[in-house]
Design a protein around this ligand. Structure first.
Ligand code: CA
Length: 337
């Protein structure tokens, strides 16, 4: 009769980034039914019930949730505890900021970025997706603390004579030439890559932030975010890889729940040797845990505003032009241990 009631937790995360939250549920054996749970955070009572969501304004630090259960007559019946960390990557000495662009100048920093895929210069597209834009350097605008990737309805003839109906902007840290002896402008292997951005709305617009390998091979590809302009509340998180036998594998998750058009949002991946975790506004939304398939080679950054293509379909009469994929910053941290 005096045996403590076993309290079990679920939903814990070992750590998350400032602004994120964690919801923990507790349960007790069914036969002990009518039990009250009291939650403590950092030793301070914060709530009672079977579920608790941490506040979004937790500052960086180490926290502990203690859960205590009481029987209906008020006696202490069981307890459990969980420790977790809230990370501020700027403040945490285990993380080093290895790349950042706050876009504070009046022109693109060409030490960090180029405005085309490596296979073309002065203009490019991604024919693999049958996209409709021809990327142009003059559609990459830096002012007011942000970079704007601008999509326009503008007819242009590419160097090979092909005519495109749209131009748009992209930035990448990949090599700036098809000359494979040239290095990429920035590569990293494992780390936390984050973009703060707001996206345009409209059919056929396809803003993306993604990672590609330093080799000229198209995989592995980590898609931190892809959003279709006619579904501005939905972010697509994808990972495309090659299996050991060279066959292709694709994994992904769709998350809907916030309006990426009207406000600023941060979207990030934490890419580590054993996993990739996707964060939206600091909250984990997906994780890929197949360690054998997690990339173990250097990747570079791409942010672009594609127009049309097999997936989004073509713009229609309601699609506004020009449209802008506006980026406040792109940052990459690597973890020391
Ligand atoms: Ca900025």
């Amino acid at each position: 009769m005096n045996d403590p009631i076993a309290v079990a937790m679920s939903g814990q995360k070992p750590e998350f980034v400032v602004g994120g939250t964690m919801t923990v549920d507790v349960s007790v054996p069914p036969e002990t039914g009518n039990v009250v749970y009291v939650w403590y955070l950092n030793g301070i009572s914060v709530a009672a019930g079977t579920s608790y969501t941490t506040p979004t304004d937790l500052i960086a630090g180490v926290y502990r949730i203690d859960v205590t259960s009481f029987t209906p007559d008020g006696s202490r019946a069981g307890s459990t505890t969980y420790t977790f960390r809230v990370l501020d990557l700027d403040q945490d000495s285990n993380w080093n900021l290895v790349f950042e662009d706050e876009f504070n100048g009046t022109s693109l920093d060409t030490n960090k970025w180029t405005t085309c895929y490596w296979w073309d210069r002065d203009g490019c597209t991604n024919l693999g997706n049958n996209e409709l834009e021809w990327y142009q350097p003059d559609d990459v605008l830096v002012c007011g603390g942000t970079v704007k990737l601008r999509a326009q309805r503008r007819e242009i003839t590419a160097w090979d004579g092909t005519t495109y109906d749209y131009t748009s902007g992209m930035i990448t840290t990949g090599r700036e030439s098809s000359d494979k002896t040239l290095p990429a402008k920035f590569l990293f292997q494992y780390g936390y890559a984050e973009i703060r951005a707001r996206i345009p709305m409209g059919k056929g617009l396809w803003p993306a932030f993604w990672l590609l390998p330093a080799t000229h091979i198209s995989r592995p590809e980590i898609d931190v975010m892809e959003i279709l302009g006619d579904e501005p509340n939905t972010v697509h998180m994808n990972f495309h890889y090659l299996n050991a036998d060279e066959s292709r594998g694709d994994s992904g998750k769709v998350w809907a729940g916030t309006d990426f058009f009207t406000g600023w949002h941060t979207i990030a991946v934490d890419w580590q040797p054993d996993y990739i975790i996707w964060y939206v506004d600091g909250i984990e939304r997906w994780r890929f845990m197949d360690a054998a398939r997690v990339p173990s080679e250097p990747l570079y950054l791409i942010a672009n505003l594609a127009v049309g293509g097999d997936w989004p379909g073509s713009p229609d009469a309601s699609t506004p032009f020009p449209s802008y994929f506006e980026i406040d910053y792109i940052r990459v941290w690597t973890r020391e241990n």
